[in-house]
Design a protein around this ligand. Structure first.
Ligand code: GNR
Ligand code: NI
Length: 175
């Protein structure tokens, strides 16, 4: 198991379209394991393979709060191979979104409040389910990554420019 490097903007790899996984192999499962390790290490609630430089349609999500007062955190790992949105609600919801590829920057993003997703699990079995709440937001955020789209693409240019400036400033201060 390996903690992988998470790409950050403006890495061009984040803008690429990821390819469907043709066959789920042990190599795919090793990637999934490394993605979970990377996501937990970074304290994120989701991670797309695009963010670790692998242009395959693989997403991992665990919405469990990483902050546990003591002892082992409760984990709820979910993997989505070749996820597809098969339906989105007219009704929208707004969440204050963040992204491990745009560290420590947040913005209110409006998306469909509910969605249906079709995907393959780590054994290649097909599933379809409807999601709402944070899960609906998170899976849409991750599918965006597989299409080269970032949450800052859903906000005004003014807010996007502010985030890019704040990130540059934070990086300069840390350098
Ligand atoms: O850790 C993350 N938190 C988050 C909060 C609101 C909406 C989406 C997310 S996903 C993000 C991790 C990440 O960058 N996934 O691609
Ligand atoms: Ni993200």
């Amino acid at each position: 198991m390996t903690v992988m490097t998470i790409l950050e903007i403006p890495h061009p790899g984040l803008r690429e379209m990821a390819a469907p996984v043709a066959a789920i192999t042990d190599e795919t499962r090793a990637l999934i394991d490394d993605m979970f390790e990377t996501m937990y290490d970074a304290r994120g609630i989701g991670l797309a393979a695009t963010q670790v430089g692998v242009l395959q349609r693989v997403v991992v999500i665990d919405l469990q709060e990483p902050e546990e007062p003591e002892g082992e955190p409760v984990r709820d790992p979910k993997v989505f191979v070749n996820p597809e949105l098969t339906w989105t609600s007219e009704e929208t919801a707004t969440y204050n979104e963040g992204c491990l590829s745009i560290p420590e920057q947040y913005a209110e993003v409006e998306r469909p409040a509910r969605c249906r997703v079709k995907w393959l699990d780590r054994d290649g079995a097909s599933h379809e389910e409807e999601f709402d709440g944070l899960m609906a937001t998170c899976i849409q955020h991750e599918i965006d990554h597989l299409n080269g789209v970032l949450f800052i693409d859903h906000i005004s240019r003014l807010k996007r420019d502010m985030i890019v400036k704040k990130l540059a400033k934070a990086r300069k201060a840390a350098a």
